[in-house]
Design a binder for this molecule. Sequence first.
Ligand code: NDP
Length: 484
Amino acid sequence: MGEFLNFIDGRFVKGCGERFANHFPATGEVIGTIYGAGQSEVDAAVGAARAALKGRWGRLSVPERVDLLRKLADAVNARFDEFLAAEVRDTGKPASLARHIDIPRGAANFNVFADQIQTTGADAFEMSTPDGAGALNYAVRVPRGVIAVICPWNLPLLLMTWKVAPALACGNTVVVKPSEETPATATLLGEVMNQVGIPPGVYNVVHGGGIAAAGEFLTRHPDVDGITFTGETTTGEAIMAAAARGVRPVSLELGGKNAGIIFADADFDKTMEGIGRSCFANTGQVCLGTERLYVQRAIFERITDALAVKARSYRFGDPFDTATTMGPVISAEHRAKVLKYYEKARAAGAGVLAGGGVPESAGCERGYWVEPTVWTGLAQDNAIIAEEIFGPCVHLSPFDTEEEAIALANDSRYGLATSIWTENLSRAHRVARQIEVGIAWVNCWFLRDLRTAFGGSKRSGIGREGGIHSMEFYTQLRNVCVKL
Ligand code: NDP
């Protein structure tokens, strides 16, 4: 049984918030107790973060911070198996997946932003003055201050360090509120912070729920200077409202209902490999995943049949078993939500080509399992095509022309990502420019260069993170004008 304590000012503390059980999603078993932070622990964490800014951390040079970030990456890698086990127990995702994505990317984020901060400059302008002497303007980048980091449960370590690493690279301090479903890796990272000599108060973790709990206490705290959030769109709206008080900046990476577009000239095998992953990886709990697929009519049947075969090919079971290729969803509550959509699809008369229920295989008697599901036949305005389900499911619709595919893909309030599959290069560029999203992939999916802009359009978010864009959020420019 694990005990997940708050990490404040370099020490693990219990807390006066709600105590709740942590479950292993594959079996539903209770595997630990989470000690929620109350208002007083959130106050202490924000106070410690403020004090750290004024202490030794605030006086470190960029090379000194870079050195510490590299040590963090090395230390996470040195404790790889511990992080891996913690992530798998919290999420139920297959260890084979977390071994290749969650933990290595979680560590790599520290190196990526250690590199980035060393090459990030700022403006410099010379100007003429009426007396002919001239003036020099240059900008310096200063940290924003205390950053609240609020994270979801689908890729806990990866998405948390995606924010913590650039925040620390830029000289800020952070208070992290992980999802109450996945407290483990954020807590373990506290130990690593102490181990490599990050000063107390630079990295703090408060546990608990969002509403009327640690999440709200943190986002409403008047001494927080900026909020970076990844999660659902409705939560993002609440956080944006909280940030308005005190005029604090927000970076919001929110939900999606991403469309894949497959043209008849696409390379069939490569498309099926990429699209299959985009629909079902991480049991469909990826913000960038595909839940709407538009397929040119000539190959519609071939693609739907192949995707149904793919959906039926997954092996459920113990996430630590290397033969397991799909885990459960995160919680009983999320399973109920996904199954409700499965029921809605059936009631609306969808063609169910694969799945649609709960797997009956051995090992799935307990825990939060759902079947990978493939539907056809619903109208574009159906909830299954309009709303984010965040499960291993996809609806396919046929289209005839390029214009029609673009219009269907853009017919959504979300605008996070798309993937376009075609061997016609001109068409690929043409379509990519017209889809209203933050990220358009051509003949690939989830291929990430961490220097590039990451974020959503429409209701999928505000702002971009990654590379220089993270530096823009986690620093402020101070212009210095020197009369010569
Ligand atoms: P939620 O929005 O439910 O929760 C995200 C975090 O916010 C959790 O830590 C949650 O706490 C906290 N929270 C909830 N309400 C508040 C509040 N009022 N004030 C402050 N904090 C609050 O998202 P999920 O965890 O369910 O994650 C899934 C969602 O995340 C999907 O919509 C997905 O699309 C999106 N996502 C977006 C990504 C992107 O980059 N655009 C990437 C990954 C996921 P708790 O849960 O503990 O109550």
